[in-house]
Design a protein around this ligand. Sequence first.
Ligand SMILES: [Zn+2]
Length: 297
Amino acid sequence: MPEQPGYDGAAAAWVGAGDLEGVIGMRVLVSVDMEGIAGVVHSDDIRPGHSEYERNRNLLTAEVNAAVRGIHAYQADAQVLVTEAHAEFRNLLPELLDRRAELLRGTPKPGGMMAGLAADMDAALFIGYHGKAGMPRSVMAHTISGRVIADVRCNGRSLGELGLNTALAAHHGVPPVLVSGDDTVAAEAAAVAPGIRCVVVKHALGARAAALLHPDEACDRIEREVPMALADRQDVRPLRFDGPVQLEVQVLRPQMTEQALLVPGMEREDGCTLRYAAPDFPTAYQVTELIATLGAI
Ligand SMILES: [Zn+2]
């Protein structure tokens, strides 16, 4: 255990102040994607290196800061861990991030989009999330990799990034309490985690079009909603997978299965679908990430 709150790389787990003698504070994980923030509708808006992306990093950081303020409004000594979950995991502007939050940045990082998740955390929040692959009228909908994955199913249940990540949190006993994004990810959230609070920052008109809240209004709504979400955290009933998981990952083209089929235990179900019998949900989650990585080679 490190002497100070922080990320314990050796243990691959975040050790917050709550673990330290004499210090008590709730611990909250904030996973931050980008497609679902107010103001962005097009892949250029979120593509590192593009001028629009550079501008939108400010909006992204502002939405996360709104969430951090909301957490501290609920509990002043809360420990907040912000974990990046978009592109190369280097999107937030660290110098503009609320200084009360700790940031997990860079790739690859153990745990990926949910790096830092630990069983003794009190809640998980999802900022800037988007709809799953194949969802119609959904801003930039995809699952993990829009260039590789068509669908992910766990025990027959189709899950996008939100569903995978809320189920991973639930597996560790951490309630997923709030998601922000467009109205389609809010609909998805209601199905995978009934009771979760949703902040709809834009109404999708299509894959690359939306009716947007002003970014400041989006931040105000996030800040307002977070304390209520934390207060009601025991009311969320997320989908969880406690036993073995039959994983099916459908890719876009048959050749995208070929590298993944080198993994022992991986089977081909049909031309574009891989099947893997995972002993538990975290393994299914990791294998899904592996398939996305190998499919892009
Ligand atoms: Zn994403």
